[in-house]
Design a protein around this ligand. Sequence first.
Ligand SMILES: *Cc1c(COP(=O)(O)O)cnc(C)c1O
Length: 220
Amino acid sequence: MSVKENLVNIKNSLPAGVTLVAVSKTKPNALIVEAYDAGQRDFGENYVQELVDKEVVLPKDIHWHFIGHLQSNKVKYIAPFVYLIHGVDSFKLLQEINKQAEKNKRIITCLLQLYIAQEDTKFGLSFEECEDILNSDAFKNLKHIQIKGFMAMASNTSNEAQVEKEFRDLKTFADKISKSFFKIEVLSFGMSGDYQLAINCGSTLVRIGSSIFGERSYPA
Ligand SMILES: *Cc1c(COP(=O)(O)O)cnc(C)c1O
């Protein structure tokens, strides 16, 4: 099936209020344009250089989501245009985003990445570290970032009960933060393999790559 057909099928299966981010990492601009022409505007990328190269040549009304692991020294390259940074996993990174946002005279919206998986390969904050950041005065002084919500990745396992438990823990935590701090508007979780389960567990934004663009092959 074509990119357009994949996109339409997925879109039709999403409830109202759930945003679809088309994850285009490693995929050529021609495929992104195909999705764009089918009406898609939110795209996700994992690598700074690749994102910068694509942003220059692709339409300006694309919302670029940075969903990879972001190093502090690379924030400056995406700060002028990035729409939402999903993977913020340290206060140091948040400070750097704030600094670069101020330089660009804008407010950059971010998601804090939470660690929910039963693996030690995934980045992210524990629930406790997250609350510590939200409680700190240093956080309240950052005027050029806005935290919209959380991003997370479940364990890479075929055990659906495990994945569901991780998603539900995240949703419970988000509800708690909505009551005690500020309204969590965006919950970014769910990918090609688990997005339906994610939506059932309260996801408001799914990041889907291979089910739209086909399997990725990475250069050696
Ligand atoms: C690659 C990637 C996705 C998309 O994964 P698919 O399984 O291809 O849908 C989603 N989120 C993150 C953080 C990714 O790195």
